[in-house]
Design a protein around this ligand. Structure first.
Ligand code: 1GP
Length: 250
């Protein structure tokens, strides 16, 4: 049976074409900023809040950020863990993910084995996801010891994604790396969409309405932005990006 958050995401994608999710990196944010950011995101039409970063954050701070977001907005909170330290009992769901192009078995299955009992104990909804680092890949690529798929090799990204789907992963994430100079190219998104039926999440370096529109038009089901939500003009940028995503359907 599908969990409530996964069902919500699938129904929203079906109804709206492409949806936006805000990523909150607890390393970079105070609890009060997290609350303000969640409110901004909700008022601009984001579908859910993801919480996670690429390095270490104290478990207490992570818990506080999740709790604050939950008490501020009525949106699903989905953990986006880089390790077992990214698990909080206060969230609704967790991307239960494997970094498909890591050379380190820890990021393929090791952390998942250590984390699975906690996910069960906390009653978090696990949503299975294949995570693929592409392009420059950023900190996630370095920490996760990934052999990144170059932007010039869309067919290789598609092969990774299809392998993930055949292994039973229900979402595929193309990660260009937080703050990437260039977002995942539309050709790569199109190639992946051509191969897989699973919803495709795209993130990393999306900063403008045009970039969001290009990703959505290429078939991205979910567009994630993190960095821009920390900019001074975050509210304006977020509203433009979400407008861009919605206009892909028009
Ligand atoms: C990073 O894909 C996300 O994991 C979002 O990237 O911070 O560049 O928006 P940005």
């Amino acid at each position: 049976m599908l969990g409530a958050v996964e069902k919500y995401l699938l129904e929203k994608i079906k109804a709206e074409g492409s949806i936006h999710i805000t990523l909150v990196d607890p390393e970079k944010i105070t609890v009060s900023d997290a609350s303000r950011l969640a409110e901004n995101s909700k008022s601009n039409g984001t579908a859910a809040i993801m919480i996670g970063g690429s390095t270490f954050v104290s478990q207490n701070h992570l818990d506080d950020v999740v709790k604050t977001i939950k008490s501020t907005v009525n949106l699903p909170t989905i953990l986006f863990p880089n390790n077992i330290t990214g698990i909080s009992s206060h969230a609704d769901a967790i991307w239960f993910m494997s970094l498909l192009n890591s050379v380190d078995p820890y990021f393929l299955i090791g952390a998942q084995i250590l984390g699975a009992p906690l996910v069960k104990k906390y009653g978090l909804e696990p949503i299975s996801m294949g995570y693929i680092i592409v392009g420059e890949g950023g900190t996630a690529g370095i920490v996760g010891k990934a052999i990144s798929v170059p932007y010039t090799k869309p067919e290789l990204a598609a092969a990774h994604a299809l392998a993930g789907q055949y292994l039973g992963m229900r979402f595929i994430y193309l990660e260009g790396g937080s703050g990437a100079a260039t977002p995942v190219p539309p050709e790569m998104i199109r190639a992946v969409k051509h191969y897989v039926d699973a919803p495709v999440i795209v993130g990393g370096g999306i900063r403008s309405k045009e970039q969001a529109l290009a990703a959505a038009s290429a078939g991205a089901d979910v567009i994630v932005t993190g960095n821009i939500t920390e900019a001074a003009d975050a509210k304006q940028r977020l509203s433009e990006i979400i407008a861009g995503i919605k206009s892909a359907r028009a």
